[in-house]
Design a protein around this ligand. Structure first.
Ligand code: SF4
Ligand code: SF4
Length: 228
């Protein structure tokens, strides 16, 4: 017998000295069969939950006019004071939304935004919603202030970029009732005078508003409704 095994508790200490490393390797061995938590971002971007609160979007009506009416309710609802809105009046020569007002300036500061979603709850026209986009980091604070041009939704089929005239025969309520489903045939974008562009002087003088006769065929379903 050796000196060591004669010590009180010597057998237990030797047993433990053998068991501990085995137990440690056991943990490693079990982990080999568990689901891996490592994500290969950004090579394999993460898919978010469908209702994930990401970057905002300013939506359009089906004919391309903007849904935002410049009411500032989203800015007042924001607990982080991250939204800045300036509303302005539409004119027949430069119309951005179907109603009286539109959002001329719209900014969201993502250095402040906590993506809580209170602003989209406050919006009365569903102009403001949130996308699933979460890649918002930037090295410059100025770049984190998103402008209306960055936030405005892209054009889908049947849309014409704002500003342009309202669908002939339609009013603002028709837009919210879903009666306007596309831009009227012949609709062309107006010149944005408020943005420093000059309206064409050699064209019809209507500031890009199509002639009423050219608009009528596209207004068939609205005409039927209003005439009933
Ligand atoms: S998500 Fe929240 S913090 Fe961000 S702009 Fe909207 S209300 Fe403000
Ligand atoms: S996004 Fe909605 S709440 Fe905000 S100014 Fe436009 S219409 Fe009003």
């Amino acid at each position: 017998m050796t000196e060591r095994s004669k010590e009180p508790g010597g057998t237990d200490a030797a047993k433990q000295g053998f068991q501990n490393p085995v137990a440690g390797f056991g943990v490693t061995f079990k982990a080999m069969f568990k689901k891996r938590l490592t994500e290969q971002y950004p090579e394999q971007p993460k898919t978010t939950a469908p209702r994930f609160h990401g970057r905002h979007q300013l939506n359009r009506h089906p004919d391309g006019l903007e849904k935002c009416v410049g009411c500032e309710l989203c800015a007042w609802a924001c607990p982080a004071d991250a939204i800045y809105v300036e509303g302005a009046d539409n004119t027949e020569e430069e119309r951005y939304s179907p109603g009286e007002r539109y959002g001329r300036v719209y900014q969201i500061n993502y250095a402040r935004c906590i993506l809580c979603g209170l602003c989209i709850e406050a919006c009365p026209t569903r102009a403001l919603t949130m996308t699933n986009e979460f890649e918002l980091a930037d090295s410059s604070r100025a770049n984190l202030i998103y402008t209306k041009e960055q936030l405005l939704a892209g054009l889908e089929e049947g849309m014409v970029d704002s500003p342009h005239s309202i669908f002939p025969g339609a009013d603002e309520q028709d837009y919210y009732s879903g009666l306007v489903t596309h831009a009227a045939p012949g609709t062309i974008p107006q010149r944005a005078v408020s943005k420093g562009e000059k309206p064409d002087s050699d064209e019809s003088g209507r500031g890009g508003v199509p002639e009423p006769s050219a608009q009528r065929p596209g207004a068939a379903h609205l005409g039927e409704r209003s005439g009933s």
